[in-house]
Design a protein around this ligand. Structure first.
Ligand SMILES: CC(C)(COP(=O)(O)OP(=O)(O)OC[C@H]1O[C@@H](n2cnc3c(N)ncnc32)[C@H](O)[C@@H]1OP(=O)(O)O)[C@@H](O)C(=O)NCCC(=O)NCCS
Length: 202
């Protein structure tokens, strides 16, 4: 049972955070539920879009597994974009984009999922620490289609598309694209089996 003090703090924070997001230039299309304080950081000339019914959970009281960190949504370069589709839910999830990350509708990101479309440091140049972010290319984009369920602590790396309805097991590292309608798991994530149910197209 969530303590009453949590609920009160939550109500006060939600209103304040919504105003702050609008000031940051984040597009909020409809209802947004913000639990706890996410870190949302928009690079100049980039876009962050949150569609109707998105839920961002950054406090452990509000999700069974708890979260190790707040939700982090961060664009890292001009022209980059992050879009979170209607009805999607993120718990302690990090999205970092130098090119583009798109989550479809009703995507579920389990506790502490990390999705990044850049390596942050160059691979073939030195000294890595002092060099700027590698220049992103379009093929680095990440697309997570409708109704995907990412288990707790998954990593999704650059250039990956995960097909509609697919389930990814806890702790998996998704370094290559996955088809729709399957269960996949492991490092690297591989298809385990097809889903028995199919995604309702309505
Ligand atoms: C991926 C998952 C949904 C698959 O469930 P399932 O269809 O019942 O699969 P099974 O338990 O029968 O496992 C099938 C095979 O995949 C392997 N496997 C399952 N989950 C795995 C995982 N997360 N990582 C690596 N391998 C995994 C199993 O070891 C088994 O391998 P085997 O056939 O060689 O023995 C489930 O294992 C899982 O990871 N659930 C966690 C979801 C989660 O994080 N929820 C919290 C969100 S906040």
């Amino acid at each position: 049972v969530i303590p009453r003090s949590e609920v009160v703090v939550q109500r006060l924070m939600q209103a304040w955070l919504l105003r702050r997001l609008r000031r940051l230039g984040v597009s909020v299309n409809g209802r947004l539920t913000i639990i706890g304080a996410p870190i949302i950081d928009s690079y100049p000339n980039s876009t962050i879009t949150l569609d109707d019914g998105v839920t961002l959970v950054s406090r452990s009281w509000w999700t069974a597994l708890g979260v190790s960190r707040p939700v982090i949504i961060r664009t890292l370069s001009p022209g980059s974009s992050i879009t979170i589709g209607a009805g999607s839910g993120l718990s302690g999830t990090t999205l970092c984009s130098a090119v583009g990350i798109t989550l479809g509708k009703r995507v579920l990101c389990g506790a502490d999922v990390l999705i990044a479309d850049t390596d942050f440091h160059p691979i073939e140049q030195f000294p890595r620490v002092s060099l700027p972010l590698p220049v992103g290319i379009q093929s680095d984009r990440i697309v997570i289609e409708d109704d995907v369920f990412l288990g707790a602590r998954c990593l999704v790396l650059k250039g990956v598309t995960i097909g509609a309805g697919t389930v990814v097991g806890a702790g998996s590292v998704v370094s290559r694209s996955l088809p729709p309608g399957v269960v996949a798991a492991g490092n690297p994530a591989r298809v385990i089996r097809a889903l028995v149910s199919s995604v309702d197209e309505s």
